[in-house]
Design a binder for this molecule. Structure first.
Ligand SMILES: Nc1ncnc2c1ncn2[C@@H]1O[C@H](COP(=O)(O)OP(=O)(O)OP(=O)(O)O)[C@@H](O)[C@H]1O
Ligand SMILES: Nc1ncnc2c1ncn2[C@@H]1O[C@H](COP(=O)(O)OP(=O)(O)OP(=O)(O)O)[C@@H](O)[C@H]1O
Ligand SMILES: [Mg+2]
Ligand SMILES: [Mg+2]
Lengths: 249, 249
């Protein structure tokens, strides 16, 4: 059964895009088929894959509830719905309760047989993020093990709870500790908090590693740019952990 | 003459809040008086100073164009306009061209004789950020020296250019390289790009340092929590550099 996963966190720069892109690529590497949807007007996921896009096609699809613009990319098993700045205007015009289901409707009409749909969300609680959450079967929250990171997670929980009437099955499937600095005491203190808030749902950590900061500049996921790096190792391991959980349940 | 400074970047997690809070504190330490405005519904700046706030007072002030709710905090020379989740609802209701001047109007009515007003902006190009930019005399852009960080800066430039008709004096005063990893080659490559895009405007760097990730958890700026740390050194140095530039011009 197809899993639709929102990669979401209102807090900025915690590793949403890096996780969405690299988990999608790692799933493709283990033979899964993935549709990666870039839902951020800043188009970070698209840019990380070497794709510059206006976002106009995606904006059109959402406004008119037509099939999503899917493009092939040179990543095994992964296809992309790219985004760009035009979607920002969309964030202003796509307002109101009825349009919160636009993405769900678009997805239903989009032909393709993917094992996973992964949605990269922007760092704001607006129309786009709400659309993603309503369209999703699972939520994955990349987090940073810092005080502000922990606070962002608490606010995320509140936001998701408020959406449950519109999508009763909605729950946080996994917390991904990204950009981890394991030598810091604060890392372990905050990890304890994550583990007590979400027992059994905290994934293996993804370490802060230059390979992950550098890969977007080469337009490829880290398993293509630096396949022996810590960044590649960590995302492969997290992907296996996640796929295992999502296949069983 | 009072300087109103927006600390802004649409890219998430680059160090806007960390910079706004710590530069404000460092300015207070050298005898300047500062009003720090938390304009982010996630209230990160407020939380970093140990203040939990609903954001209702700030929302009310912006909607009705009344004086801002200023509160004293135990930081020499610094007062705070706190924020919180209620401002998120505001982001939906405060729409339309005429409301882009709300913050400017509120500031004019707010009694107080500060050398600097520093505005911490959220990572989105919506009403709140536009209000900040229109109210400002100067823009400071914290950046991360990574590919996605450089791209965020380019998008920031485009956004600011589009606002110039409404605030002709608006220009980027400084680029602050935050969370810097000087041992990475990518750091120096991207720093070259920053320096060629903004010659003479790139501040001394602020290194990635645990002191800056830990300080918010203690509700104080780093010069109070860890005054001999690299984080404290770097922000003091950047503050002197910035104050010098802003006093001369
Ligand atoms: N584990 C890591 N090690 C090193 N750099 C990383 C790591 N994860 C992410 N980065 C870098 O940190 C920055 C922020 O990551 P990313 O853009 O993925 O976060 P985000 O949550 O999607 O941000 P936004 O809120 O702006 O959408 C990027 O420049 C990225 O390349
Ligand atoms: N130089 C630094 N060294 C270590 N940690 C840092 C540094 N600067 C910021 N941080 C940490 O990185 C995270 C992101 O920083 P911060 O919240 O200041 O960025 P931001 O741009 O305001 O984010 P947002 O887009 O969510 O508003 C925070 O957890 C913060 O404590
Ligand atoms: Mg992103
Ligand atoms: Mg912030």
């Amino acid at each position: 059964m197809k899993q639709v996963i929102s990669v979401v966190n209102l807090k900025g720069g915690v590793g949403k895009t890096t996780s969405a892109v690299n988990i999608a690529a790692c799933l493709g590497e283990i033979g899964k088929s993935v549709l990666l949807i870039d839902l951020d007007p800043q188009g970070s996921a698209s840019l990380s894959l070497g794709v510059e896009n206006s976002g106009e096609e995606l904006l059109f699809a959402l406004k008119n509830e037509t099939p999503l613009p899917v493009m092939p990319i040179a990543i095994t098993g992964v296809e992309l719905v790219p985004s760009g700045m035009s979607l920002a205007t969309g964030q202003m015009t796509l307002t109101g309760e009825e349009s919160n289901n636009a993405l769900t409707s678009c997805l239903e009409q989009t032909l393709g047989d993917w094992d996973y749909v992964i949605i990269d969300c922007p760092p704001s609680y607006g129309t786009l993020t709400i659309n993603a959450l309503i369209a999703s079967t699972r939520i994955v929250v990349p987090v940073e093990a810092s005080f502000l990171g922990l606070n962002g997670l608490k606010q995320m929980v509140t936001a998701i709870d408020s959406l449950r009437p519109q999508n009763p099955g909605l729950k946080i499937e996994a917390i991904l500790p990204c950009r981890a600095h394991r030598r810091r005491r604060i890392h372990w203190d905050i990890m304890d908090s994550f583990n007590s808030m979400f027992p059994g749902k905290v994934s293996p950590i993804i370490r802060e590693n230059v390979s992950l900061a550098a890969a977007p500049g080469m337009g490829k996921p880290v398993i293509y740019t630096d396949r022996l790096s810590k960044g590649a190792d960590d995302y492969r391991f997290v992907t296996l952990w996640l796929d295992d959980r999502l296949t069983v349940t």
